[in-house]
Write a protein that binds this ligand. Structure first.
Ligand SMILES: NC(=O)c1ccc[n+]([C@@H]2O[C@H](COP(=O)([O-])OP(=O)(O)OC[C@H]3O[C@@H](n4cnc5c(N)ncnc54)[C@H](O)[C@@H]3O)[C@@H](O)[C@H]2O)c1
Length: 337
């Protein structure tokens, strides 16, 4: 089978390609990626000479390139997106372009090329925000209520994917997952930012009061879930994918990282809150558990320790990333280097 992965040079996409070639070595994988600030081919250096892997540099908004990438493909796994909420607040238009229009270009081409399955990767952020003491939890039937330009653009792309299934019969599946963490995550995101700042001797910026609750999904568990959806999932269906975390807030996550690294709480620095910051996300993943038999391999603490180990061992990787465009962005957001 020939598979097109979009955004395969990013965090989850590159983990997925590495996972896929290890578990399906007979398949051919094409990685179509624009290589924005978030795309990094270093993530894939171990497979760059694998004859079953090829890289195409291009934009998912470019119909010509997308049609070329789609030739002879059976399966599309669509990760490519602008993915960072803070950046969407600074520059929403790039998010609408890639996440909404880019997805539509892919869907058109998938129809034209009679793709057997189009799997779209989405987020729990499309469901909006829960209250701290609320017992409710998002699931596949929750109404959409996106609150940031990022979440709104992802919601738009989800609706288009569903509409192409209903209107044109395109065989699609969608997954809405919680916050991922693990190797090769760009250090603008919360967990790698905390780990790498501490490894550099810096403080960890924590937004507002730090009591923002997220569900955390280890990236390899996510890749296994996508694999199962592709193998056994029902066409036209959505699956929520979450981790083994029970309402952990950001402050508690930072304290766990401080403990693993043997650092004290004086390394926490409270910074001005993000506008419209969603208080709590919580995700019910019983559908994928009951129907497809998926669950995370380990709990949050164990995966977090493994993640910290990875960043300790791969200092060169994140030092290179932090020395690039990221420096300017960090200064703009937090007001200092
Ligand atoms: N990281 C998370 O915690 C998380 C949680 C839920 C959902 N998601 C979703 O998972 C997907 C992957 O997220 P990620 O964290 O790996 O993102 P990322 O920002 O690390 O990577 C995105 C990749 O897409 C590429 N890209 C961006 N615009 C493109 C374009 N126009 N054409 C082609 N390639 C383009 C980038 O170069 C990069 O390689 C996204 O769709 C995101 O919305 C992520």
């Amino acid at each position: 089978m020939k598979i097109l992965v979009t955004g395969g040079a990013g965090f989850i996409g590159s983990n997925f390609i590495l996972y896929w070639l290890k578990n399906h070595p007979q398949d051919l994988v094409i990685n179509l990626d624009k290589l924005t600030y978030a795309g990094n081919l270093e993530n894939l250096k171990d497979i760059k000479d694998n004859k079953n892997y090829s890289f195409m540099h291009g934009d998912i908004c470019d119909r010509e390139i997308v049609d070329k990438a789609m030739e002879g493909v059976g399966l599309v796994v669509h990760f490519a997106a602008e993915s960072h909420v803070d950046r969407s607040i600074m520059n929403p238009s790039e998010f609408v372009k890639t996440n909404v229009l880019g997805t539509q270009v892919l869907l058109d081409s998938a129809l034209k090329n009679k793709i057997k399955r189009f799997h779209h990767i989405s987020t729990d952020e499309v469901f909006g925000s829960l209250k701290l003491n609320d017992l409710s939890i998002f699931n596949e039937r929750t109404n959409y209520n996106p609150r940031s330009p990022y979440a709104a653009s992802k919601a738009g792309s989800d609706h288009l994917v569903k509409a192409y299934h209903v209107t044109y019969g395109l065989p699609v599946t969608i997954s809405n997952c919680s916050n991922n963490f693990g190797p090769y995550q760009f250090p603008e995101k919360f967990i790698p930012l905390a780990i790498t700042n501490l490894l550099e001797g810096k403080k960890v910026p924590v937004y507002g009061d730090g009591l923002y609750v997220r569900d955390w999904l280890y990236v390899e568990d996510h890749c296994r879930a996508i694999d199962l959806i592709l193998e056994k999932g029902t066409v036209g269906e959505t699956y929520c994918i979450g981790g083994l975390t029970q309402d952990i807030n950001n402050l508690e996550v930072v304290k766990k990282i401080l403990k693993i690294l043997g650092e004290g709480e004086e390394k926490i620095e409270y910074v001005k809150d993000r506008p419209g910051h969603d208080r709590r996300y919580a995700l019910d993943w019983s559908k994928i558990k009951d129907e497809l038999g998926w669950e995370p391999l380990y709990g949050f603490d164990e995966w977090l320790k493994k993640t910290v180990e990875w960043y300790k061992k791969n200092r060169q990787w994140w030092t290179n990333v932090k020395n690039g465009e990221y420096k300017t962005y960090y200064k703009k957001l937090y007001g200092r280097p």
